[in-house]
Design a protein around this ligand. Structure first.
Ligand code: NAP
Length: 299
């Protein structure tokens, strides 16, 4: 890819922390920015430069990678006098790996192209564990030669790069993939709630699924501990799936497509969010189902 890129990485949350670490391990020159400074300490210890603002980071990097929560967080790091766009020069590249809305992504791509900056939308499939192992599946949108140029960078964080087409195609594909995850998680939670209500140990669901090669899916194993031990330590915070479900419904409505199951899942996610579970793992929807069951059986 010619000269190695000078990477500026923004967003050291659950996913970004692991992704930036893997870039470092792969030998890339990485400087970092995170809104909460405390989260940069471990990178300072590794000899990384820590930027005090997104602008300062963009000034010393030719490639900026973002992994922040949502559209509002992206605005906070891109826009304004201290934002990335204020410092980014022609010839630089922005690779957004956060899950943002397709509309927002298109607008961001246009801003970059106008400034002569390359843009890729590369959201990821895979959660905390896959990020830590460098085994994410990267859903890439943008001009294909630029995706190819940055494949060594992407491969430092993931095991596969799936090219989807011009931006925001990576984001559009990500929503399709997350639709499946949203429904699988809900299916597991509802199944466990029904088992409990019938006096069946939820562990038996996993035993039965494990024995059936047609149903034995890695995602179910990943969520087994969450469901059986009601341990909702976040790998994928529920608030992020609520955001994504809403993006899916907006995109579907725009095309006059109905997604009735996704709409029901969004209602369940919103209920969990409103119960104060936004920061917990997505599998916490189980808590809402079983709490409701408890309340109803006592009235
Ligand atoms: P997270 O742990 O909640 O981290 C969010 C990051 O965004 C933090 O670095 C946070 O900074 C930053 N941020 C939030 N609001 C900000 C603002 N207003 N200004 C500046 N920075 C802000 O999220 P995550 O789980 O790593 O997910 C990141 C993205 O990847 C999301 O779009 C999510 O949907 C997507 N994703 C997540 C998973 C998963 O399993 N977790 C999997 C695939 C995709 P602070 O440290 O200051 O809060």
């Amino acid at each position: 890819m010619g000269l190695p890129p000078r990477i500026g990485f923004i967003g050291l949350g659950i996913m970004g922390r692991a992704m930036a670490s893997n870039l470092l391990k792969a030998g890339f020159q990485v400087s970092v920015y995170n809104r909460t400074r405390q989260r940069t300490a471990e990178f300072a210890d590794l000899g990384c430069e820590i930027a005090v603002t997104p602008r300062a980071l963009a000034k010393r990097a030719d490639t900026v990678i973002t992994m922040v929560s949502d559209n509002a967080a992206m605005d906070a790091v891109m826009e304004g006098p201290e934002g990335v766009l204020s410092a980014f020069a022609g010839g630089n590249t922005l690779i957004n790996m956060s899950t943002l809305s397709p509309d927002y992504t298109s607008a961001l791509a246009r801003k970059c192209y106008t400034a002569g900056v390359g843009f890729l939308d590369c959201p990821v499939s895979g959660s905390k564990g896959a990020a830590e192992k460098g085994e994410l599946v990267i859903l890439a949108g943008g001009e294909k030669p630029l995706v190819e140029k940055f494949t060594p960078v992407l491969k430092a964080m993931g095991k596969a790069v799936v090219y989807a087409g011009a931006a925001p195609a990576g984001t559009a594909l990500k929503l399709c993939v997350n639709l499946v995850i949203a429904q699988l998680t809900t299916a597991l939670a509802e199944s466990a709630a029904l088992a409990e209500a019938q006096g069946i140990a939820p562990a038996l669901i996993f035993e039965a699924i494990d024995q059936n090669p047609a149903m034995n899916c890695g995602y179910f194993s990943l969520k087994k501990n969450n469901i059986l031990n009601k341990d909702f330590t976040p790998a994928f915070p529920l608030k992020h799936m609520l955001k994504d479900a809403r993006f899916m419904l907006v995109e579907a409505a725009r095309r006059k497509l109905q997604l009735p199951v996704t709409a029901a899942v969004e209602t369940l996610l919103a209920k969990s969010y409103n119960s104060g579970y936004g920061e917990k793992d997505l599998s916490v929807i189980l808590a809402n189902l079983t709490e409701t069951l408890g309340q109803e059986s006592t009235t």
